[in-house]
Design a protein around this ligand. Structure first.
Ligand code: GDP
Length: 367
């Protein structure tokens, strides 16, 4: 095969296979003399950035590069998939640079939840995970809520320096930056791509009014998410689009909940308790007796228990069991990328099942 050319905008090696990866261009563009990747094309013509993803190695290189820069780091996480979108290594790379933590998709949380409570929770969790952000903010990039405040906070904390926006894929980083572009760019201003020192990876450079710039970095893929095991048509069921309506189940020990065929939750031991399920509203939840659960799953996955449907159930890795002995009430059992079940009462033993490779863990309740 001939060596592929580089994009004239960002320098990424052109590829024609995967739209979500760096350097994608439609096959027809290969015939042209100069080739520009789709991302740079959209940026150039529509002043709009598109999400791209990159490998862990590339991301480490970007992180390493960040430590050598001076400026404010804006770290975006998805409030619906907080731990899955956390980017664990970041605090080791940022050096002395301040980090502003922005939790996106606030519109998915039930309206009854107080923003302050969520922000305090975020502060505690960030600290526990080793990050000491200068501030924590909750926004909906999609709806625009909190965006003015974030823009002001960025301006305040950057102290005249550059801004680097980092985040895992799908946290809504592109939506966030596109909002900022609309707010920040007046007529005649140009957005450019630039190479990050020591890498060939593109960064989108958005000029700020004092000669500094805001840089978008490509998103990192999180391999522990449910999303990697689902077909695109089924993904739409697990990614909530609207405010989540929590569903409360009063369970006795010996009862099981199935979330489609994707996850299972056994109540093994404890007094009758309330369990609150926080997943996309359209995902079907099925309740059964623990003693029947294995058989029900074996016979009805892909049908009664779906998604995934029969067409895709074969691709789903087997479910792996994780047992938790929960001492404190108000503990979330999290299925990375799918949602969480809040255990309301203390002293229960539960088992949570998720496809092999998907992380399952407990944390103090978010809501
Ligand atoms: P990126 O991969 O981080 O650049 O993410 P995108 O901006 O492409 O967004 C990923 C998905 O999240 C898309 O389906 C967006 O519509 C959705 N999204 C982005 N921001 C929000 C938000 O504030 N609320 C909700 N509910 N969805 C959002």
């Amino acid at each position: 095969m001939n060596e592929m050319p580089n994009c004239i905008g960002c320098g990424a090696v052109i590829q024609t296979e995967d739209k979500s990866e760096l350097g994608y261009a439609p096959p027809s563009s290969l015939e042209k003399e100069t080739i520009i990747c789709q991302r740079c094309f959209r940026l150039k013509n529509y002043n709009e950035i598109q999400p791209v993803s990159l490998t862990d190695d590339d991301f480490l290189r970007i992180l390493n590069g960040l430590g050598e820069q001076q400026g404010l780091i804006v770290k975006i996480v998805d409030i619906f998939d907080f731990n899955g979108s956390w980017l664990p290594g970041l605090h080791r790379f940022v050096g002395k640079n301040p980090v502003l933590l922005v939790a996106n998709k606030a519109d998915l949380l039930p309206k009854s939840v107080k923003a302050n409570k969520v922000i305090n929770w975020l502060k505690r969790e960030a600290k526990a995970l080793g990050l000491n952000p200068v501030d924590v903010m909750l926004v909906s990039a999609h709806k625009g809520n909190g965006m003015t405040e974030v823009t002001e906070a960025i301006d305040h904390y950057r102290n005249g320096q550059d801004v680097f926006v980092v985040g895992c894929t799908n946290v809504g980083k592109s939506t966030f930056i596109n909002r900022i572009i609309k707010q920040a760019t007046g007529e005649g201003e140009v957005i450019t791509t630039s190479h990050f020192p020591g890498t060939t990876l593109d960064m989108i450079e958005i000029p700020l009014d004092d000669g500094s710039a805001l840089y978008d970095t490509p998103g990192i893929i999180n391999h522990h998410q449910m999303a990697h095991y689902l077909d695109a048509t089924e993904l739409k069921y697990i990614m909530p689009k609207k405010e989540i309506k929590p569903k409360v189940y009063q369970q006795n020990e010996g009862q099981t909940l199935f979330i489609g065929a994707l996850a299972r939750f056994d109540f093994i031991k404890g007094e009758r308790s309330a369990f609150t399920v926080h997943v996309a509203n359209d995902l079907p939840i099925h309740r059964t007796k623990l003693e029947n659960a294995d058989q029900l799953y074996a016979e009805h996955k892909g049908e009664l228990l779906a998604p995934p449907t029969a067409a895709h159930i074969g691709q789903l890795p087997e479910l792996v069991r994780h047992e938790f002995s929960i001492k404190d009430g108000k503990t979330d059992v999290v299925f990375s990328g799918l949602g969480w079940i809040t255990v309301q009462h203390p002293n229960v033993v539960v088992a949570a099942y998720a496809p092999k490779g998907v992380q399952v863990f407990i944390r103090p309740s978010l809501i």
